[in-house]
Design a protein around this ligand. Structure first.
Ligand SMILES: Cc1cc2nc3c(=O)[nH]c(=O)nc-3n(C[C@H](O)[C@H](O)[C@H](O)COP(=O)(O)OP(=O)(O)OC[C@H]3O[C@@H](n4cnc5c(N)ncnc54)[C@H](O)[C@@H]3O)c2cc1C
Ligand code: FES
Length: 285
């Protein structure tokens, strides 16, 4: 849902908390608190949506919403800093108490209402795990958990130091009401967990496709090699969902900046099914 009467006008949000997520310190989670209760109530995201974060005089960028729609009073974003990235670098230089501009929430998100009653198979790689984290937090909420079947989570990163949300991953692994598998491409001396690429681990664990949906987010190379095993396991193309990233300016389907085939990623997406994407050559699937 778009919360704002004027979707071009950013609301002011205060940074309540910053969490450094990785050893490289180039991934930070920003917890934002909106200025007024009315704005906080109106900003009602759904799993898989994004928002536009802005810094006056620097620029504005789309970032996926990493907190659950049921997390009240704040909204979280995990941002990777690119060394030559204008806005991500400026954001990383901010401190708790500073303010940023926030427009949104935008995009379609994952169709969580339509997925009620289904098993959810989540496969994520790298820092694209952010909106998957939002979705897992949502499904695990005691008020919601009974609406869905089994929850299977497979998450991979290049190295242990690159894993996001480490404490939360540990808490999920300790719970009995979901299966959580964490894997890294390359371990280190301290790593006691699994080592292996996400597509290979997926093949090995082989989550059941019956009455299930696969939600897959990660770098393009991971997607390219993860979708075939899902199809082999019996997931229908329409039951494999992913989220696309494109350069965006308006975020609301007006500027034509973010098209993929006949679709605008900001408005028709960012969530698309593989059935929709597989015939659009520029996706590389
Ligand atoms: C729907 C959507 C959701 C997104 N969610 C997230 C998120 O949750 N967290 C997050 O960190 N990012 C996310 N992104 C990507 C984010 O929008 C870009 O990283 C951001 O726009 C970069 O802005 P900048 O001003 O720092 O970089 P710019 O100044 O625009 O770019 C400078 C240089 O940085 C590098 N760069 C910038 N973006 C990328 C990229 N995406 N991949 C590789 N290199 C890049 C390139 O070398 C580029 O030339 C999302 C994008 C979309 C469309
Ligand atoms: S960003 Fe303007 S149409 Fe999508």
């Amino acid at each position: 849902m778009t919360a704002q009467a004027n979707p071009y006008l950013p609301m002011s949000a205060r940074i309540g908390k910053i969490t450094i997520e990785n050893d490289e310190k180039d991934l930070k989670t920003f917890r934002l608190v909106l200025g007024s209760e009315a704005e906080a109530m109106a900003f009602a995201p759904e799993c898989g949506q994004f928002a536009m974060l802005s810094l006056a005089g620097v620029g504005e960028i789309p970032i996926g919403i990493a907190s659950s729609p049921l997390d009240k009073g704040y909204v979280e974003f995990t941002v990777k800093r690119y060394p030559t990235g204008k806005v991500t670098t400026a954001l990383h230089d901010l401190a708790e108490g500073d303010t940023v501009g926030l427009r949104g929430p935008f995009g379609n998100g994952f169709p969580m209402k339509a997925l009620r009653g289904k098993d959810i198979v989540i496969v994520g790689g790298g820092f694209a795990f952010t909106t998957l984290r939002a979705t897992i937090r949502y499904v695990l909420d005691p008020k919601i958990r009974g609406d869905y079947g089994k929850l299977f989570v497979l998450y991979g990163a290049r190295s242990p130091g690159e894993l996001l949300y480490k404490e939360e991953l540990k808490a999920w692994q300790d719970r009995g009401d979901l299966t959580t598998c964490v894997t890294v491409d390359k371990g280190d001396d301290a790593w006691k967990g699994r080592v292996g690429l996400v597509p290979l681990v997926l093949k090995e664990l082989a989550p059941a496709a019956t009455n299930a949906v696969g939600i897959v987010c990660g770098p393009p190379i991971m997607l390219k090699f993860t979708i075939p095993p899902l199809l082999e396991l019996g997931f229908e193309p329409g039951d494999i969902l992913t989220s696309l990233e494109r350069k965006m300016t308006c975020g609301i389907g007006k500027c034509g900046r973010c098209n993929v085939g006949p679709y605008y990623v900001c408005k028709d997406g960012p969530v698309f099914s593989y059935a929709t994407l597989k015939d659009i050559p520029e996706n590389g699937f």
